[in-house]
Design a protein around this ligand. Structure first.
Ligand code: 5GP
Ligand code: ZN
Length: 118
């Protein structure tokens, strides 16, 4: 069982912010911003590549509720989902990073030539 499935099953403790039948939101163990929350589906889905449109629609509403819950919806925030090797996905269970609580930087994403692909 993957680490986030264990978290869903409460086999591993986490700091839960919001939960419903389908989703769980909890604080990231190694926060990269004053607010750094992870929102996950309770069922195991490897990554964004595999999520259905139907579940994604519900997940979008859940993420909106999380932002309201921690009161960052007006100040602004960023959602990120890393996918696969190049995306830097470490945990192979779909998760959305919800980052906020301060002005976020816009990253230097790659050392490769940004014009190089197309
Ligand atoms: P990824 O790199 O896969 O997009 O992000 C994985 C995230 O999960 C990282 O930000 C990491 O800090 C977080 N993480 C990994 N293991 C745990 C854990 O056991 N509990 C919590 N709360 N976060 C975790
Ligand atoms: Zn899982």
């Amino acid at each position: 069982m993957c680490i986030f499935c264990k978290l869903v099953n409460k086999e591993i403790p986490s700091n839960v912010i919001l939960e419903d039948d389908n989703f769980l939101a909890f604080h990231d163990l190694n926060p990269k911003a004053p607010v750094h929350i992870l929102a996950i589906p309770k069922t195991h889905i490897d990554s964004f590549n595999e999520v259905s449109g139907e579940l994604m629609a519900k997940m979008s509403e859940f993420i909106q509720k999380v932002a309201q819950e921690v009161k960052i919806e007006k100040s602004g925030y960023r959602i990120i989902t890393n996918i696969g090797e190049n995306g830097g996905q470490e945990v192979k269970h779909l998760h959305f990073h919800i980052l906020g609580g301060a002005k976020l930087k816009w990253g230097h994403f790659s050392d490769a030539d940004p014009q190089g692909h197309f």
